[in-house]
Ligand binder design. Structure first.
Ligand SMILES: C[S@@+](CC[C@H](N)C(=O)[O-])C[C@H]1O[C@@H](n2cnc3c(N)ncnc32)[C@H](O)[C@@H]1O
Length: 195
């Protein structure tokens, strides 16, 4: 993360945007996060701090060791377990989580292939019927400049639905407004068909 992120991501304004706008929108309409949730790329934890009140156990998987150590200290004694590691190659067994979250982090994954690998890993570690909720910033010149000397690989919203579908997600919603928001479910072969 560059200096711009070091200022923005831990700020109260960023937490207010994620917690007041993005996360309520993503969980509106009866999205069930279940008991055990995985968050990939928590950074300073703006989303983590909101999500942890809505599940019994939250595992936050962070690639940056320093960020993981800081978040571990911040959330010590809570229901959050911070794990240092790469979400494109997770150690968790298949079907470990009821839900997963990815916020403002996919554009920090350097290639589309690695983004797909990360999303495929999320699908693998979700239980059947589990849901991935996510958000990311829309690509723009301003966002490009914000990422000077940093990874910048924004997700193209128009292709996201197809990518998620190709990876094997079932019911998928992609919404584009000030950011791209998405929810995608892992198919449950035992679920009753309501069609
Ligand atoms: C811009 S920050 C977003 C932090 C937080 N999700 C938020 O929205 O405030 C992106 C975070 O994703 C992490 N990250 C990037 N690639 C990752 C990967 N492959 N596995 C786990 N974390 C990753 C970065 O280290 C960074 O902390």
């Amino acid at each position: 993360m560059n200096e711009n992120h070091a200022k923005l991501c831990p700020s109260p304004e960023w937490a207010a945007w994620l917690q007041g706008e993005v996360l309520p929108a993503l969980t509106a309409g009866g999205v069930d996060l279940g008991r055990e949730m995985l968050e990939v790329g928590p950074g300073p934890g703006a989303a983590t701090d909101w999500l942890r009140h809505r599940v019994s156990r939250l595992v936050a998987l962070e690639a940056d060791e320093a960020a993981a150590a800081t978040l571990t200290g911040k959330l010590a004694g809570t229901n959050v377990e911070v794990v240092s590691g790469d979400a494109t190659a997770m150690d968790f067994p298949d079907g470990s989580f009821d839900s997963a979250g990815s916020f403002t982090m996919l554009h920090h994954v350097p290639t589309a292939a690695l983004q797909n690998q990360l999303l495929a890993e999320v699908l693998r570690v979700l239980r059947p019927g589990g849901v991935l909720i996510g958000s990311d910033s829309l690509g723009s010149d301003g966002l490009h400049h914000f990422h000077v000397d940093d990874t910048y690989n924004p997700v193209e919203p128009a292709t996201l639905l197809t990518r998620l579908q190709t990876l094997g997600f079932g019911k998928i919603t992609v919404t584009v407004d000030h950011a791209v928001l998405f929810a995608a479910y892992k198919p449950d072969p035992d679920a009753k068909c309501e069609d």
